[in-house]
Design a protein around this ligand. Structure first.
Ligand code: SF4
Length: 695
């Protein structure tokens, strides 16, 4: 008799419900949960292969100190001692945590509480910085809060879905399936894809705009100007609920169609088609993901999009609104607990003295970080120059995934004390650790995650952890207790942590803060076990609509949304190719899980470089030839060429997944400089300049 467990897929931000069945022989099978509102039973290739990734091959089974097996007590004592000594000698800002959107919300909560409230530094940042920090910054600038106003149902109700910098078909496949199904049943629905590449997502597009890399601000500024010129501004909404339109219009000052074509790389006809479609369609959802966020102007891109929705009043209503799609399964949950260096728990602001005071009083903590900590790129710079002397990396592999990856590798290698908590024992980052702590993984750990539409779902354990693996929240609380904070970290279970997290979200919250799940502040173990997926907010008292901004109230002090004037990025012609990095359909991050499935690995068996046919011809490169790609700071990757006409001339695409562990000379992020968006600190992972030659 198989035992069925309702849980959530650990891969992308769609957050699909999964039913995992374990039979008497211990064999696990998975299927989509027909009752989960994110996917209604659908799963993509990655989700449906989850059972194939559960073997013990490569798992870290025991704590290790300097490569030797140790007891838990010895490892935890050492971590606590080295962090305590470093803080005592060099101050709280000499230590840092680098965490992950793979962590469950409860893990994230205790890590953030320890660093910001008890160590007293803001130095906790996350690989979500690489994923959606520009969306967070754009939301906060426009709305006064990091609020995603839409839901997945809006995508099906829209008459026009605009997908900007988003290869949904590969990166959020079930959401793509939902849109494709809605379009099939309602053929009048239109889809526009804005992407320099003609990706699999373009297959459902009525219009594909192969925009020039970083031409997005020009496109949406042009749209804002067009809406004003053609009297499509919703004057009543703008007058009552926003400020700053005049300044935004000055910044978006209309370009001639020739200049707009030059700035966007698009024909005048396709630009006009898009403008007319947007202007004439009331129910529009504009989705954006990494093609927008991973840019040196990512926050401006987000605000250029939001400006168009504010101008037309298309926000806070059914079937319309700007919609950030997060890459990771719990990028949203991490935001909710303040897992970014510049945020506090429960969406409070670290720069706000009242918020700091409120969080400190709630935690009864001896101190509170009084300024933002180091964002990911700056954090590894501080490791490199010796300001950070003790570093704890949890559930992520920055030696592969950070920009300027060779520099990051050297920095970690030279850091006096490095702790890595991970499921896998031999990752590129784990090899550099002084202490390795074995973590439980999907199917073995319990907690919650929040998907892109603010829906909180449970991940449930249905397997015991192998060897001596323990959940990340337990690693953190055990170290916190040893440092001397036993009573504040006296958590017995994830349910305990979730209840405190919920109580903090409601603490002195009179509705002036967007994130409130106070309804769960007294949740017990049984209720937590039974928790069904829900959208936040869920305040303890009073009714709150599922739909943010339906009353035109935003979270700036005056209750109004802000138009943000954004400057069009000038076109810069430089030598070499523009490198675009991203995911393939069947792999996830650095392949520590998906690489275990032969079925998934068969889709793309090895790393590659996609290049336009004519560019390949210019460089004497034939299909499947080896090519050497060299970055401006000297990083080098050697992979096979994939010739296609889907790639724009002058640009290359390389997948991000492979590492030194899985292929030689394929760490793509060695090619990417650590250029960041000045507002969000998000690295520009899609605009490195590289050169290419036949190898
Ligand atoms: Fe998992 Fe995302 Fe696929 Fe859903 S769409 S099954 S969450 S990888």
């Amino acid at each position: 008799m198989a035992c069925e467990n309702r849980t959530t897929c650990p891969y992308c931000g769609v957050g699909c419900g999964v039913i995992a069945s374990v039979d008497d022989a211990g064999t696990v099978t998975v299927r989509g949960d027909p009752e989960h509102p994110a996917n209604f039973g659908r799963l993509c290739s990655k989700g449906s292969a989850l059972a194939e990734t559960l073997d013990l091959d490569g798992r870290l089974l025991f704590p290790q100190i300097n490569g030797q097996r140790s007891s838990w007590d010895a490892a935890l004592d050492l971590v606590a001692e080295r962090f305590s000594d470093t803080i005592a000698e060099h101050g709280p800002d000499s230590v840092a945590f680098y965490v992950s959107g793979q962590l469950l919300t409860e893990d994230y909560y205790v890590a953030n509480k320890l660093m910001k409230g008890f160590i007293g530094s803001g130095n906790i940042d996350t690989n979500s910085r690489l994923c959606m920090a520009s969306s967070v910054a754009g939301h906060r600038r426009a709305f006064g809060s990091d609020t995603v106003p839409g839901t997945y149902a809006d995508l099906e109700l829209a008459d026009l879905v605009v997908l900007v910098g988003s290869n949904l078909a590969w990166c959020h496949p079930v959401l793509y399936q939902r849109i494709a199904a809605a379009k099939a049943s309602r053929p009048t629905m239109k889809v526009v894809v804005v992407d320099p590449r003609r990706t699999a997502t373009s297959d459902i597009a009525d219009l594909h705009l192969a925009v020039r890399p970083d031409g997005d601000v020009a496109l949406f500024n042009g749209l804002l100007a067009h809406l004003a010129e053609t009297n499509r501004i919703d004057e009543a909404f703008v007058g009552s609920h926003t400020s700053g339109l005049a300044e935004a219009l000055i910044a978006a000052s209309p370009l001639s169609m020739a200049a707009l074509s030059e700035a966007t790389g698009l024909s005048g006809l396709s630009i006009r088609q898009f403008f007319w479609l947007f202007a004439d369609t009331e129910r529009v959802v504009t989705c954006y993901s990494q093609g927008v966020n991973q840019s040196a102007s990512g926050t401006d891109k987000v605000n250029a999009i939001i400006n168009c929705h504010l101008a037309t009043g298309r926000i806070g209503r059914s079937g319309m609104g700007p919609f950030s799609l997060t890459g990771q399964p719990n990028a949203m949950g991490g935001r909710e607990v303040g897992g970014l260096a510049n945020m506090l728990a429960a969406h409070m602001a670290i720069e706000n003295a009242d918020d700091r005071d409120r969080v400190q009083r709630f935690w009864k903590s001896p101190r509170i970080a009084d300024r933002p900590g180091l964002k990911a790129v700056d954090m590894f710079d501080a490791v490199a120059d010796g300001r950070i002397k003790a570093l704890w990396i949890m559930s992520t592999n920055p030696v592969v995934s950070m920009p300027d990856a060779d520099k990051v590798k050297a920095a970690i290698d030279a850091c006096p004390f490095v702790v890595v908590s991970d499921m896998q024992g031999d990752t590129d980052t784990g090899r550099l650790a002084h202490v390795l702590l074995p973590a439980t993984g999907w199917g073995e750990k319990s907690g919650t995650v929040t998907n892109s539409e603010r829906r909180v779902s449970r991940q449930r354990a249905f397997l015991s952890g192998p060897g001596e693996a323990r959940p990340d929240w337990w690693h953190i609380t055990e170290v916190a207790r040893r440092i001397g904070f036993a009573s504040a970290f006296d958590f017995a279970s994830p349910a305990d942590i979730f209840a405190e997290h919920a109580a903090l979200s409601a603490f002195e919250n009179d509705g002036s803060r967007d994130f409130d799940i106070g309804a769960f502040a007294a949740i017990d173990e049984d209720q937590y076990d039974d928790l069904r997926p829900f959208h936040w907010p869920r305040p303890a008292t009073g009714e709150m609509s599922d739909r943010f901004f339906s009353d035109g109230r935003f979270y700036h002090p005056d209750g109004k949304a802000r138009f943000i004037p954004v400057a069009t990025v000038p076109v810069s012609e430089q030598a070499g190719f523009i490198l675009n990095t991203g995911r393939v359909r069947d792999h996830w991050h650095t392949m520590t899980r998906t690489g275990k499935s032969a079925r998934l690995s068969a889709h793309m068996a090895e790393p590659y470089c996609e290049i336009h046919l004519l560019d390949a011809a210019d460089h004497g490169v034939g299909h499947a030839d080896l090519v050497r790609i060299t970055g401006q700071s000297g990083g080098e990757v050697i992979v096979r060429a994939l010739l296609s006409d889907r790639q724009a001339r002058g640009s290359l695409f390389l997948p991000m997944h492979w590492s030194d562990e899985t292929a030689s000379a394929a760490r793509v992020d060695t090619l990417v400089p650590s250029l960041t968006d000045p507002v969000s600190g998000q690295p520009a992972l899609k605009q490195a300049r590289v050169s290419l030659e036949r190898y």
